[in-house]
Design a protein around this ligand. Structure first.
Ligand SMILES: Nc1ncnc2c1ncn2[C@@H]1O[C@H](COP(=O)(O)OP(=O)(O)OP(=O)(O)O)[C@@H](O)[C@H]1O
Ligand SMILES: [Mg+2]
Length: 431
C-alpha cells in the first residue's frame, strides 16, 4: 500500500518521496485514507530544505521527517486521474467508480501528469528502441477524440497520453522535430520538439462545443487586456490545441517545470471545493516568489471571470509554476472559458467572503480583505477603477478575438455590472 513519488531532476526521473497507507483498510476511504509521507533518505540528504521545483510540493519542503497524515497529501490529488481521465482509467482497470478506486487509479494513472512529479508505479514503460514515425496533423484532427485509439490500432505506443485532469476529454501530445505527432509519454525527450494539450468538448451537446470554441477566443481576450497567458492556442475542427507551459525543449532534452494547483497549496484534499478566494490568495501570499504581483494578477483574472462568465474558477483551475531558477510564480492562465453556458449550470465556485452578491463581487470590499497579505489596498482599488475602461471595451475586444456575437450579447449586462463595480472600487475619499 505504498506509492513512490518521482521528480524530474536535471534530465532524469529520480525517486524523491513516498506515501504509504496505514493499512489495506484505508484504501476504501479513497483520498481520505490515512498514511505516512516521507522523503527518500538519499533525496533528503542531497536536497535538504529545497522548497520550489526540487520539492514534490511547496507544502512539503525537503526534510527527514516521517509524517503521519490523516488523509492523502493534497498534492497527490493534482495527479490522481479526475474527470474524463478518471473515466478512462476506471475502464482500463475494469473497476467501479467509488472512493476505493482512488488508490488503484493513482497507481495506474499518475504516471505522466503535467508538472515535474509522477508516480513511479504508473510511469510509462521505457522508450528504448522507440521507432514509430508518428502521425500527421490531419490524422489528429480527423480522428479527434478517437485519435489515441487510432494510434493504438496503428501499433504506436500511446502510454502517457491521458495524463491531464479535468472534465473535458484531452490528450497530451508531443510533436517531434519533423512536426509529426506522438502520445506524450511515448516519445523520448531527445526527439521531442513541441508539447501540447489537446482538449475536446466536455460532451456531445452544442453548448459543449460552443464553450470550447470560445475558450480559444477567451485566451486571446485575456492576452489583449494584459493578463499572463501562455503561447496562443488554436481551435481547429472541434479540438483546442493548447501549447504547454510546463515544458521547455532545449538542445539536451526537455525541461519539466513544477505545476501545483492553488487547491494543493491551500491544503484542500478534494475536487471542486468552494474555497474562499482569500484562502487562495493566502496560498499565493505564502508560496509565491512575488506575492504582490501574483495576487494582483489573480484579482484581475477574477474580474474577467466575473465579466465573461467563467464560473468554474475552482482551486485546481489555477496553479503555480516552479521554474529551474527556484522561482514559484502564478502559472499562465488556463481553463478560462464561458462555463456559465454549461447545461449543468455551474455556479461561480470560489467567492470573496462577504464581498459578493449573486456571484458578482464588490471589488472594493474584496480588495480590503487582501490587506492581511500585505497588499496596498488603496493602490489596487485605484488600479481596478482604472481597469473599468478596459472592461467597457470588452465587447469590441471580444469581437476582435473571434468570440461569437450571440455570446457577446448575452454578456452585455454582466460586463456592465462589473464595469460599475470597478468604478466604485475607488471611493471618492479614501479612508
Ligand atoms: N497550457 C498548459 N500547460 C500545462 N498544463 C496545462 C495547461 N493547460 C492546462 N494544463 C493542466 O491540465 C489540466 C486540465 O486542463 P483544463 O483545466 O483546461 O481542463 P478541463 O477539463 O477543462 O478541467 P475542469 O474540469 O477544471 O474544467 C489543468 O488542471 C492543468 O493542470
Ligand atoms: Mg480545469
Amino acid at each position: 500500500m505504498k506509492c513512490d513519488i518521482e521528480i524530474f531532476l536535471r534530465g532524469t526521473w529520480v525517486k524523491a518521496a513516498s506515501f504509504e497507507l496505514n493499512d489495506a483498510g484505508e484504501v476504501d476511504k479513497g483520498v481520505q485514507g490515512a498514511g505516512f509521507f516521507e522523503y527518500d533518505l538519499d533525496y533528503a540528504l542531497d536536497h535538504l530544505n529545497a522548497g520550489g521545483v526540487d520539492a514534490v510540493s511547496c507544502r512539503f519542503p525537503v526534510d527527514f521527517e516521517y509524517r503521519r497524515l490523516p488523509g492523502w497529501p493534497a498534492f497527490l490529488l493534482d495527479i490522481l486521474p479526475a474527470g474524463a481521465n478518471r473515466r478512462f482509467f476506471l475502464n482500463e482497470l475494469g473497476i467501479e467508480n467509488r472512493p476505493g478506486a482512488d488508490w488503484p487509479l493513482l497507481l495506474k494513472g499518475g504516471g505522466n501528469p503535467p508538472g515535474n512529479i509522477r508516480i513511479a508505479q504508473a510511469a510509462p514503460p521505457s522508450k528504448k528502441g522507440f521507432s514509430h514515425e508518428g502521425f500527421r496533423y490531419e490524422e489528429v484532427l480527423d480522428r479527434g477524440e478517437d485519435f489515441i485509439e487510432y494510434a493504438r490500432e496503428n501499433n504506436a505506443p500511446v502510454a502517457g497520453s491521458s495524463g491531464a485532469q479535468g472534465e473535458a476529454p484531452k490528450f497530451l501530445l508531443t510533436q517531434d522535430r519533423g512536426g509529426r505527432w506522438h502520445a506524450d509519454g511515448a516519445l523520448p525527450d531527445d526527439l521531442a520538439h513541441r508539447h501540447w494539450l489537446v482538449k475536446f468538448p466536455r460532451g456531445k451537446k452544442p453548448s459543449d462545443r460552443d464553450i470550447l470554441r470560445n475558450e480559444g477566443a477567451y485566451h486571446c481576450v485575456a492576452r489583449k487586456v494584459g493578463l499572463n497567458v501562455g503561447a496562443p492556442v488554436r481551435f481547429d475542427a472541434d479540438a483546442l490545441f493548447v501549447p504547454r507551459f510546463d515544458r521547455e525543449t532545449v538542445e539536451t532534452g526537455v525541461h519539466r517545470f513544477g505545476l501545483e494547483s492553488l487547491a494543493s497549496l491551500s491544503n484542500v484534499p478534494s475536487f471542486g471545493a468552494p474555497v474562499p478566494m482569500e484562502t487562495l490568495c493566502g496560498a499565493i501570499s505564502r508560496f509565491s516568489s512575488d506575492p504582490a504581483a501574483d495576487i494582483r494578477e489573480f484579482v484581475f483574472r477574477d474580474v474577467l471571470n466575473a465579466a465573461l462568465g467563467n464560473t468554474d474558477n475552482h482551486g485546481r483551475n489555477s496553479a503555480v509554476l516552479k521554474t529551474l531558477d527556484g522561482a514559484v510564480r502564478l502559472a499562465p492562465l488556463f481553463d478560462f472559458a464561458p462555463m456559465f453556458l454549461d447545461d449543468q449550470g455551474i455556479p461561480r465556485i470560489c467567492r470573496w467572503t462577504g464581498a459578493e452578491s449573486g456571484g458578482m463581487p464588490d471589488w472594493g470590499d474584496a480588495v480590503e480583505n487582501l490587506k492581511t497579505f500585505g497588499m496596498d489596498a488603496k493602490a489596487l482599488r485605484a488600479e481596478l477603477a482604472g481597469f473599468s475602461g478596459t472592461v467597457e471595451r470588452l465587447p469590441d475586444i471580444m469581437a476582435g478575438c473571434g468570440v461569437d456575437g450571440w455570446l457577446i450579447e448575452r454578456l452585455f449586462r454582466r460586463i456592465g455590472s462589473v464595469r460599475a463595480s470597478l468604478q466604485n472600487a475607488e471611493p471618492a475619499v479614501y479612508s
